[in-house]
Design a binder for this molecule. Structure first.
Ligand code: SF4
Length: 338
């Protein structure tokens, strides 16, 4: 079963993921032309672009409706003029991650697990990203510096789970990814590898037989948490990739962020949960957006998010209802709101 699933994925690949990753749409005008949008209505946040550039993979751009400024996928990637307006509670580092960053490449916030900033870049720039101001320059370890991170993990026997995050860890080459997984798997008290990634959503070609081999041949139990906010992000190829990962024994979960004018309606979240389930991914967390500078226009109040989720709960079985959470600086875990 595994072999045929892998063949299916690879034989369907029109392009290699590396080529797609090196040919992202980064010019706002190109994106507007591709989407047949009127450039004269351009409300571009040029300051925002300087801080956090435009990055849209072409397979994701193809899922954006042409000619529609209100498309929920476009809203996630378009640098709106509103990014230049910050609210009084907004901060470049709302979760105080800097205080949990003891050494380059490592965030150690919660008991039992530690997060490695395995890659310093992403395939897509989500405008609401809580790490849009993160100092990746200081968190891009060389092989030697990874040695220090690995020593830290080896010396703290309470750490059972290594979380690869970033940036996007699947933006690493297979060789780099396999090397890091091998190193972590040599630490006997670590039993689980969790990968936080948006790549299988935005560039489904990233799901290859080689990637699956790397994950399944490790002694570590693999959990993949993808990030998808709207059912429109899940086209047939994306669903096939996610199903194939699940069919190969990788535990597949999704986390979303509830975002104003993207997915802040019960029906949208219900459709998302159903679409994820159809490709063997379970909804995990629904985050309230973090108060990151430049993201005020995405904010949804806690009260409204609870109302939306209440309706989702009424219509779906419990296993399709994500847990609404909020991250708060200094807390020892995420705060569950329901
Ligand atoms: S993929 Fe994740 S880390 Fe990268 S910009 Fe989007 S939300 Fe941020």
């Amino acid at each position: 079963m595994h072999t045929s699933a892998l063949k299916l994925i690879d034989s369907n690949l029109p392009e290699k993921w590396q080529e797609i990753l090196s040919d992202l749409i980064t010019d706002p005008k190109e994106l507007l032309q591709f989407l047949e949008l009127d450039e004269t209505k351009l409300a571009l946040g040029s300051d925002a672009l300087g801080q956090f550039s435009l990055k849209v993979p072409r397979p994701f751009a193809k899922r954006i409706r042409k000619g529609d400024w209100n498309d929920p996928l476009l809203r996630q990637v378009w640098p709106d003029l509103l990014e230049e307006t910050s609210g009084p509670k907004d901060s470049p580092d709302p979760l105080s991650e800097r205080s949990f960053n003891p050494i380059q490449g490592l965030l150690h916030k919660y008991h039992g697990r530690a997060l490695l900033t395995a890659a310093s870049y992403c395939a897509v720039h989500c405008r609401y990203c809580f790490r849009r101001h993160f100092n990746y320059e200081n968190n891009s370890p060389s092989r030697e510096e990874w040695g220090i991170v690995l020593k830290y993990l080896a010396e703290d026997t309470s750490i059972e789970e290594a979380i690869f995050s970033g940036g996007d860890p699947l933006a690493l080459s297979d060789r780099q990814l396999a090397w890091l997984i091998d190193q972590v798997s040599e630490i006997s008290h670590i039993s689980t590898l969790r990968i936080h990634t948006r790549l299988p959503i935005v560039i489904p070609q990233r799901v290859t037989s080689k990637l699956i081999r790397i994950l399944t041949e490790s002694r570590l139990k693999s959990v993949m948490v993808v990030h998808c906010n709207h059912a429109q992000e899940l086209d047939e190829q994306t669903k096939a990739g996610l199903s194939t990962l699940a069919a190969n024994g990788i535990i597949m979960l999704n986390q979303s962020v509830v975002l104003s004018k993207v997915n802040d309606k019960p029906q949208i979240l219900i459709e998302l949960s159903r679409a994820l389930f159809s490709c063997d991914v379970l909804p995990y967390y629904l985050h309230l957006p973090d108060r990151v500078s430049g993201t005020t226009h995405f904010q949804v109040t806690k009260r409204y998010a609870l109302e939306i989720l209440g309706e989702v709960q009424r219509q779906l079985p419990g296993y399709l209802v994500p847990t609404l959470v909020q991250e708060e600086a200094g807390e020892s875990s995420k705060t569950r709101l329901v």
